[in-house]
Design a binder for this molecule. Sequence first.
Ligand code: NAD
Length: 469
Amino acid sequence: MAITEDRSTMQEHAAAIVKGVRSTFDSGRTRDIAWRQRQLAGLVEMLEEHEEAFLDAMAADLGRPRFEGWMADLRVTLRDANELRRNLRSWARDERVRPPWQLLGTRNRIVREPLGAVLVIAPWNYPIHLLVSPLAAALAAGNTAVVKPSEVTPTVSGALARYIPMHVDPEAVAVVEGGVPETQALLTQRFDRIFYTGNGHVGRQIAEAAARHLTPVTLELGGKSPVIVDRDANLDSAARRIVWGKFLNAGQTCVAPDYVLAHESVHDALVDKLASTIRERYGDDPRTSDSFGRIVNERHALRLQGLLAAGGFKAVACGGDVDAGARYVAPTVLAGVDPDAAVMGEEIFGPILPVLPVRDVDEAIAYVNGHDKPLALYVFTGSSRTADHVLRQTSSGGACVNEVVSHVLPAALPFGGVGPSGTGAYHGRWGFEEFSHRKAVMDRPTWLELAMMYAPYTALKERIVRRLF
Ligand code: NAD
């Protein structure tokens, strides 16, 4: 469904769309576990049946290598949907809890109930995964949904709008294509949760719009995710892993390493290894590599070019070329970067990796703590003590030791930010919980009275109650 008219017509259309999915929710059919299972099966079927079309769409919009598109978008989404399918029945079951002894005889349980009609707003960088995985969690929890793919990846947006209604209950899920005006029209409506993935600037606007209806929000945001490399780290392994996580999707990954704080004694050696690893993986001219993606649009390529042109570093150890018209930015490593460099002032979200020398791990910790809490933090060290020290002295959405990015893979780990990098979490059970309300229910038999709680209050009742509670 596309809404493209002026503001008030857009709002009317948005209202009609929300009314539609809300009335499906009110019909009660989405509470049925078998209905939920069918929707999840439908999403799996959609991803499998239209794999080629989705990979083509990502290649068209993002120059995404098919291997990356399959692994980082389709595969992880299938994993999420299948994990929900496998566990849904047990996660949705009422959870009995023991009463305190004073309330013995009562039956207490937590009932998971769906929230209602939810809104999922997705970005362009993993355009299928970041829309379909939250949608799967919302449907698993028994909600209906309006989903808004990113207009920045229009081919993928079109494919989602075509295929989703073919594979899930079209009265329960509405796909709204469009950009800022269409999203803002949707935001005037009342939802029961808004799940937004994207940048923090828009995240604030989403939170403000949601506050008008007291709608809870999940904000999956970004930020500058640091890598700390200590002097005792295995530098070969660190370079191999950092290069993988940084240059995947040409650096346009929310949990990509944004910059490296390297112990000054290993700074130069690490920079050399990063540069040689890049050459091994993408060749002497990465422009010709089938394994290296493109920047999503010319505007972002020009933004990255501007960060490089602003300087503030000792050397370009590798890369540095930009062809904005071709949306190409070479995998780039900057050595001896100044903390005040432009490249350190914003989330890079592209294939540029600044490396900053630090005196020791505590200087790195102080630097991280002097900035917004990041979505991810990575520490490379041979010492589990140092790793623990870094993890305990810093706060981040998630973290890895001697690894990058992969903490997003196990479905049992919650994925989300903290503070400026986000609020709420999903993946696996965490997604099911995010889209459920946990209702506390007590059931007291009629023969069991707590008579001493009732008025008229007397000194004797008070003495007994003070003893008991
Ligand atoms: P984007 O431009 O595609 O925007 C995301 C969504 O917000 C789109 O659907 C867009 O239509 C909508 N939008 C944009 N401006 C709006 C406005 N003014 N009002 C209402 N809606 C608006 O994507 P982006 O924000 O450039 O995405 C990149 C950012 O997302 C990075 O900061 C990245 O770190 C972050 N990100 C986070 C995660 C995560 O899971 N935490 C995942 C991917 C990306």
